[in-house]
Design a protein around this ligand. Structure first.
Ligand SMILES: [Zn+2]
Length: 264
């Protein structure tokens, strides 16, 4: 391992000297080359972590198999290709969905993760590249900012699996409308307050139940409480500059028999 001011480089090599072919599943022991992969991992103490992994490329010697050569993989940790570990990618995906792509990139930079907003967009797109399968009868729909205040998309999650299943361009409801036409099994839709989504759902799935999501109910409640407080409380509330002086003055007043309350 090499440690520098802002980075850690960890050198790794597989202990195994055989691997199962990705196509036929037979164990192979003859490799024809090795190469070095550089894979970014979660940071340690805000230092960027790069794994330099010596990877073996094996021959498949099974005559009945179409695969000539294949690279070893490291399962869920690194995967067969890619420039970052699966756990780093999972973290970035979660962070981006909770914020937005540009915000996530800025937080990553502070943490020691090297990534651009465009790469985060690619990670989000990749999460819905899996083979499509029918989703359950309940979905969640919300908008998501690639760039806050500028570029938005619509994310659809399957409530049964809690997994994002689709990322659609824009948030005007047009792409959602087309998606709903292909997914008539949907009976319940949790959504935000966007009228465009409500209209698309009502038009395409008039029988479906539309449910306000908890985030937006909280948002509405807080807004109503703020409005109520604005009416009830004065515009300015005086706070003493030095509460200690005020307390000692009150104590003196008490000793002197003066009954004066402190306003705070
Ligand atoms: Zn094979």
């Amino acid at each position: 391992m090499v440690e520098e001011e802002r980075s850690l480089t960890i050198y790794m090599k597989s202990q195994k000297h055989s691997h199962t072919c990705i196509n036929c599943g037979q164990e192979m022991k003859v490799y024809h080359a090795t190469y070095e992969r550089t894979v970014q991992d979660l940071p340690i103490f805000q230092k960027n972590v790069a794994l330099k992994v010596i990877t073996y490329d094996y021959y498949c010697l099974n005559d009945g198999c179409d695969t000539m050569t294949f690279a070893e993989d490291y399962g869920r940790f690194i995967g067969r290709s890619g420039r970052m570990t699966c756990r780093l990618e999972d973290f970035i995906r979660t962070l981006a969905l909770e914020t937005n792509c540009e915000g996530a990139a800025a937080i990553c930079k502070e943490m020691g993760i090297r990534i651009s907003g465009d790469t985060i967009i690619r990670i989000l797109r990749k999460m819905t590249d899996k083979p499509s399968h029918p989703c359950s009868d309940a979905i969640g729909v919300d908008d998501f900012a690639y760039r806050k205040g500028q570029t938005y998309c619509t994310v659809i999650c399957d409530v049964a699996t809690r997994e994002p299943i689709e990322v659609l361009d824009g948030r005007d409801g047009n792409e959602l409308r087309e998606w709903l036409k292909r997914n008539k099994q949907v009976k319940k839709v949790t959504r935000d307050r966007a009228g465009a989504y409500a209209k698309a759902i009502s038009d395409e799935l008039p029988e479906a139940m539309q449910i306000a999501d908890r985030f937006h109910l909280h948002h509405n409640l807080l807004k109503a409480v703020k409005e109520a407080l604005k009416h009830e409380l004065p515009n300015n509330i005086a706070i003493p500059n030095n509460p200690v002086d005020q307390l000692s003055k009150a104590s003196d007043d008490k000793k002197n028999g003066t009954r004066e309350s402190i306003k705070s």
